[in-house]
Design a protein around this ligand. Structure first.
Ligand code: B12
Length: 216
């Protein structure tokens, strides 16, 4: 199979929610020396977006969205160990999680994998995390960057709250805050006073480099 066919296999397996096929296609991608990021962004992400669009239009239902998410996660497990970067460089600590009320974490996990292979120490605080927990943990661990992920419209106010709590606790200047996920935008980041917004996992790496003054 050539690259185009393998990416198509990844696309179809996620769309169909076929974990076995997704795992097989992920392995084929590695064998064909397709970079994990290309396999994700060129094959699986468009498929899961299509699933979301169909769900939004009422053409697909929750159980199908779940099996598609499972297929994507199964393939990611195969690909993630093969991300390439400069793991040796110790660039700084990033705490990242999905905000309260939101359990979407596929995107967050990709961001984490990319940050790690690009030399950041990453603390994954998980998903559906209370705003105060983000702040407490960030302070305890002395992280340079706090990454907030959210895919629901209702996640947006949580991001605002976290920045407010950092302010109230007098520690806002000790941590950079970056946001990402479907409903977020540069405009929203500006509105709540976040330090950055990233549309993709790679942009999370670029943002952290920029904010910490690291040449990339
Ligand atoms: C998969 C999925 C699920 C899975 C999640 C599994 C999991 N472990 O994550 C399941 C089936 C569990 C699920 C549940 C629900 N979902 Co859902 N889901 C999706 C779907 C189809 C794909 C999300 C995804 O994984 N995308 C792939 C990844 C790679 O992309 P990503 O998350 O955007 O992340 C990338 C970037 O955004 C960025 N990024 C992400 N985080 C961060 C953080 C930082 C700091 C930075 C810089 C960058 C960054 O980098 C990532 C990699 O490039 C979306 C549709 C969509 N278009 O987003 C709906 C969607 C998000 N879900 C939706 C809904 C409504 C729900 C439910 C409420 C459904 C229900 N009735 O129960 C529940 C919510 C449960 C909850 N409390 O959270 C809606 C949200 C609507 C809204 N505006 O609020 C969407 C948009 C579908 C739709 N069109 O209606 N969902």
């Amino acid at each position: 199979m050539n690259e185009k066919e393998i990416l198509q296999q990844l696309y179809e397996s996620v769309l169909q929610g076929d974990s076995a096929k997704a795992v097989e296609a992920a392995q084929q991608a590695l064998d064909a020396k397709i970079s994990p990021l290309k396999a994700i962004e060129g094959g699986m992400t468009p498929a899961i977006q299509e699933v979301g669009d169909r769900f939004g239009k009422g053409e697909m239902f929750l159980p199908e969205m779940v099996t598609s998410a499972d297929a994507m996660e199964a393939a990611l497990e195969i690909l993630e160990p093969f991300f390439e970067g400069d793991e040796g460089a110790k660039k700084g600590k990033v705490l990242i999680g999905t905000v309260k009320g939101d359990i979407h974490d596929i995107g967050k996990n990709i961001v984490i994998a990319l940050l790690k292979v690009n030399g950041f120490e990453v603390i994954d605080i998980g998903r559906d995390i209370a705003s105060t927990d983000f702040v407490d943990k960030a302070v305890d661990l002395g992280v340079e960057v706090i990454g907030l992920s959210g895919l629901l419209t209702t996640s947006l106010p949580m991001m605002r709250d976290i920045i407010q709590i950092l302010d109230d606790d007098g520690v806002r200047d000790q941590h950079k805050v970056i946001i990402g996920g479907g409903p977020t935008s540069q405009e929203y980041a500006d509105e709540i006073g976040a330090d950055g917004y990233g549309e993709t996992a790679y942009s999370a790496v670029q943002l952290c480099n920029q904010l910490l003054g690291i040449a990339s």
